[in-house]
Design a binder for this molecule. Sequence first.
Ligand SMILES: [Zn+2]
Length: 454
Amino acid sequence: MSDEVVADTHYDVLQKAKTWGFKIHDFIRRCKGVDAVKQYLDEWSAKRNDLPFAIDGAVIKANNIALQEQMGYTAKSPRWAVAFKYKAEAACTKLVSVEFSVGRTGVVTPVANLEPVQLAGTTVKRASLHNADIISQLDVRIGDSVYVEKGGEIIPKITGVELSLRPSNSEPFEFSQSCPECGTPLQRNEGEAAWFCPNDMKCPPQIKGKIEHFISRKAMNIDSLGEGKVELLYDKELVRDVADLYSLKAEQLLGLEKTMTDEATGKTRIVRLQEKSVENILKGIESSKAVPFEKVLFALGIRHVGETLAAKIARHVESIDALMKMTAEELVQIGDVGIIIAESIVTWSQSSMHMQLVERLKQAGLQFEVKKQALQSEKLNGLTFVISGAFSSPERRNELKKIVEANGGKVASSVSAKTNYLLAGENMGPAKRQAAEKLGVKIIDENEFLSMIG
Ligand SMILES: [Zn+2]
């Protein structure tokens, strides 16, 4: 980066950048006057559908750099560049039926089935209807001719109804009263537009969603169960909750298979469990038993308890038993826990199904307490170490840190007058060495360090 002027015009700057290897597309044009700009935009209004990528507009810029500087900036954007947006393309077609789909969090989304129509270069058969409020605002009815628009989203949306084409016998559309997956009456929270299925422990997509969350990388990190395997285990009735994972046996898994269809593309693939993947699944489940309490707490998927908050709560309460006994008043004493989160935790804890689940997971051997590292010795009491340079592996540096702490010592990140020892690996930076020498800090290698505690 430099402030050096490489050209007098924006166009030439871009061409220069291209010679340096930056990807600059070939559709830029220098236009003289407003009419030329209009012509360019009109031209691309049709041609943009042939591009291998989607665009929703174009940016018009002043080309002369001196002029750009003269025009300057507002608080938010340059005055010498203006974005032009094409009107979203719309098509009119018939609404055949509405399906309700249940997401992993229980939210029910209405999806419209349409008579196939061409829109922005693709055939559209399905469109989103968002939620009950939008349906009633638009007064969309089965059999209506509706306008469909394609915005930035993958699935197009219905934006209006052509009332002149409405069949005389049409009736107002009624949103589903019950969950299409499990039949439970739907609920809606005050002030929220979305209806949801409250049967979170028994509703199939919600169960699968919970298990997917449980095994995810930031939770229990059982990645051998990714890519459709949860779906497979659910379909074969082997898992109905996360605790079921811990009683899976190799002979139940071996040879299971299922053809999966990708919702977006319609492509199919076969998931089949062979010896190696069964081995990996069981290994992954087994090692998840060592995952620390804070991650287990996050994995349980208590509403509003995200990764960072779970860690904070875990450190504060130190065990699931303590947490499940706490009142909302006690919970809000923990930093970052507001009343909504506190109530969500209390509601979760008071459910007998959750109590049983935790009990079964405890039986399985999961970590439900913060593990305190027992002090191995006090040989390094009062001593401060700085660890620097490369060791046999990146993990080794971490291990050394733990050894220092387990023997009563402290590890600091930089050398200061308070440092007692600089534990040096290979290729330690010269600055650290100089600092240590200047302050009279003793420099030791790994073997010397180990002999201090050995
Ligand atoms: Zn349901």
